[in-house]
Design a protein around this ligand. Structure first.
Ligand SMILES: Cc1cc2nc3c(=O)[nH]c(=O)nc-3n(C[C@H](O)[C@H](O)[C@H](O)COP(=O)(O)O)c2cc1C
Length: 189
């Protein structure tokens, strides 16, 4: 059974990311071993850029928080799904902090700069925006998600649902529900 790690980057508990987390839970039910990290309920500190991780040969971090605790799951999972709002045309701060912390997987001595135990893994980003433009946000999401390659996630898929400012309104969007099914299938394949 595939191991899927879901990272929910929203703090809005009645919002779109939380509603879609539930939907993905249904889509993965019985088909994947799912673990969820909710950044709104977790402590993921900013990267210290101390380079302590560069003195090691396996992914690690000297900070003691929910990111460091999750490093083995990030490294051993088959795929990652990020559910997130768009804030000011970008990743929200809490997701950017999560991305920054994957610096702990970086190894400058390797041709691909990665000390991840497993590589060529899939990462899907499923984003929600109050307005748009969804096409511009999709490019933004893909560009940022490509940075997760350092943690072994080289196969990127991004979807942005625009015009969903109201909490959980993405659940009324047929295209979003269809994209969720396709994204789940892609991660399970
Ligand atoms: C601080 C902040 C910044 C936002 N910036 C944008 C933005 O740049 N573009 C946009 O379309 N929506 C923006 N929004 C709206 C959210 O993207 C939208 O409400 C989204 O559905 C929230 O997702 P969630 O319900 O999963 O938290 C912003 C909301 C907040 C609170």
């Amino acid at each position: 059974m595939k191991k899927i790690l879901i990272v929910n980057a929203s703090k809005r508990r009645n919002g779109n990311s939380y509603a879609m987390e539930k939907r993905f839970g249904e889509l993965f039910d019985g088909k994947a071993d799912v673990k969820v990290l909710r950044l709104g309920e977790s402590a993921v500190n900013a990267c210290l850029a101390c380079d302590a991780c560069k003195r090691k040969t396996t992914p690690n971090c000297i900070q003691k928080d929910d990111f460091t605790a999750l490093i083995p799951e990030i490294d051993s999972c088959d795929g990652m799904l990020i559910l997130s709002p768009v804030y000011w045309d970008q990743f929200p701060a809490q997701l950017k902090a999560f991305l920054d912390r994957t610096y702990s997987f970086m190894d400058f001595t390797q041709p691909d700069f990665s000390m991840a135990g497993r590589k060529n893994k899939k990462i899907a980003g499923f984003f929600f925006a109050g307005f748009g433009p969804a096409d511009v946000y999709t490019s933004m999401a893909e560009t940022n998600l490509k940075n997760f390659a350092v943690a072994g996630f080289t196969d990127v898929k991004a979807h942005v649902t625009g015009n969903v400012n109201a909490p959980a309104s993405a659940m009324d969007d047929e295209n979003a529900l269809k994209a969720a099914e396709e994204t789940a299938q892609w991660l399970l394949a």
